[in-house]
Design a protein around this ligand. Structure first.
Ligand code: F0G
Length: 459
């Protein structure tokens, strides 16, 4: 059973710590402007005594209402994100993703057999990890009776929002309407195609993701749109479940490392929160370390963390340093630029929560070039189901961390693959057909003639 009175929202800043009901619409603390967290009085929640208890749900039938929830990789863990009663949870079968052992890739990278796993979040209904968060955010939008939901997006958030909006109606029968803000020509076609197909009102802004983000925040304040970006703390509640499924895939053993690309830093924030809560609840006995991988062309976290030594400091963050960094970015007209368009983000909105995750997990931050990202992506493709460019950053980051000795070959590592290979097929085809890329597998042109084919295949 889930007690729905257990939750509240709380400002992240220790000098404010204001508390609000779960039902208050908040994307920042109204008193001090900091990010807000969803918190729970765990004493009021029937959390299982051990994570193993969740195994029983895997055998339930989809024909019952609770069985249907158990088929969701998000709501199977509903006691760990008790935001509302089970009958009010929105699900499209999100989070039915599996951890895959990747021995061939491990061998190539120099990791011991059995120690590398890939978590393919691209196998979500809209093809990216975003569906985990949308299931929770749509549950809340529905509970609050908000028919107009909006986001800024580099593509995947918009695809996921568009899909969930199409499938969700408010309690009074009003259909929901998805509104998405995307940058002028930055969005991968697979993602744009989804937003259009699923009927979202798609607004192409002359500007980049950061401009879209600022516009959608203003629109939510002025026009009452319900904001679905990861400043919505319920999104992060849903994304916590990626960690639960990783642990589930390892028979509830904690890995040494979890490697994930960093863009707006929603996953980084959600993963740290999930792990802190599991530790607090006594459901895990140690923390894995998080490795967050930026693209060199969108490396605010890397620069602030590694070069300016910015830390969470128990919540006492040096915000002047951050303000100065972003002010300089503006005065230098510096904009994010990377082939991994999903993480082409200059000003990550969840920066402070990400710093908290890094502190809690003794995490590290690295940056990888576009070339390294493409190679990481091609490696995933050649040994598995493939992934989109941003996801390739996690494997590229792992390669770097092995080279610099931070990760040892005997460490148990999980790389999160955030989006499906088909999202950005243009980049894949370019990689294989243009230039001399390390893992290129170009198509071979030939006459439509059996002798020519025989000769080709005899090589
Ligand atoms: N990987 C993919 C495939 C993404 O789409 C994103 C973010 C990230 C990684 C970065 O994750 O923000 O949690 O650090 N995409 C957002 C979007 C920004 O609009 O689709 P993060």
């Amino acid at each position: 059973m889930t007690n729905t009175d257990a939750g509240y929202q709380q400002c992240l800043s220790p000098s404010c710590s204001a508390r609000f009901d779960l039902g208050t619409v908040l994307f920042a603390c109204p008193n001090c402007g900091s990010l807000v967290d969803v918190r729970y009085d765990w004493d009021k929640v029937a959390v299982p005594k051990a994570l193993r208890a969740f195994d029983d749900r895997r055998a339930t039938s989809p024909a019952t209402p609770l069985g249907r929830l158990d088929l969701s990789g998000v709501w199977r863990f509903r006691e760990l994100l008790p935001i509302t009663a089970p009958e009010a949870l929105v699900t499209l079968g999100e989070g039915r993703t599996m951890l895959q052992r990747a021995d061939a890739l491990a061998r190539q990278l120099g990791i011991n057999a059995g120690q590398l796993h890939l978590q393919y979040e691209g196998f979500n209904p809209s093809g990216s990890f975003k569906d985990n968060g949308m299931a929770a955010a749509f549950t809340m939008a529905r509970r609050l009776g908000k028919p107009r939901v909006a986001c800024a997006s580099t593509g995947n958030t918009s695809a996921s929002l568009a899909l969930f909006a199409r499938h969700t109606t408010l309690a009074n029968g009003t259909p929901m309407r998805g509104i998405v803000f995307v940058g002028g020509n930055k969005i991968a076609l697979g993602k744009l195609g989804q937003a259009l197909d699923f009927g979202a009102q798609t607004i192409q802004v002359h500007g980049d993701f950061d401009a879209c983000m600022s516009l959608v925040i203003q629109s939510s304040e002025r026009l009452g749109l319900y904001l679905m970006n990861s400043v919505n703390p319920f999104r992060l509640e849903g994304q916590k479940t990626i960690i639960y499924r990783v642990l589930e895939g390892l028979a509830w053993e904690v890995p040494d490392w979890i490697v994930v690309p960093g863009g707006n830093l929603g996953n980084t924030s959600a993963f740290g929160k999930a792990l802190m809560e599991l530790k607090q609840l006594g459901l895990i006995d140690r923390m894995p370390r998080l490795a967050i991988i930026n693209a060199t062309g969108a490396n605010a976290l890397h620069e602030l963390y590694n070069e300016h030594n910015l830390r969470f400091n128990n919540g006492d963050v040096e915000t002047k340093l951050i303000d100065g960094y972003f002010a300089k970015m503006t005065s230098d007209s510096r904009r994010a630029k990377t082939i991994a368009s999903a993480i082409e983000i200059g000003r990550p909105v969840n920066l402070i929560k990400a710093l908290r995750s890094l502190e809690a997990t003794n995490g590290v931050v690295r940056q990888v070039s576009d070339e390294e990202i493409l190679c990481g992506k091609a490696l995933v493709g050649s040994y598995g189901y493939g992934c989109e460019p941003a996801s390739g950053a996690s494997v590229a980051g792992l390669r770097l961390l092995l080279q610099d000795g931070t990760i040892a070959p005997s460490d148990r590592v999980v790389c999160i693959l955030t989006g499906h290979a088909l999202k950005d097929a243009n980049v894949t085809v370019d990689y294989h057909t243009h230039g001399n890329n390390e893992l290129a597998n170009p198509p071979v042109a030939t006459e439509a003639d059996i002798d020519a084919i025989a000769e080709l295949l005899s090589e």
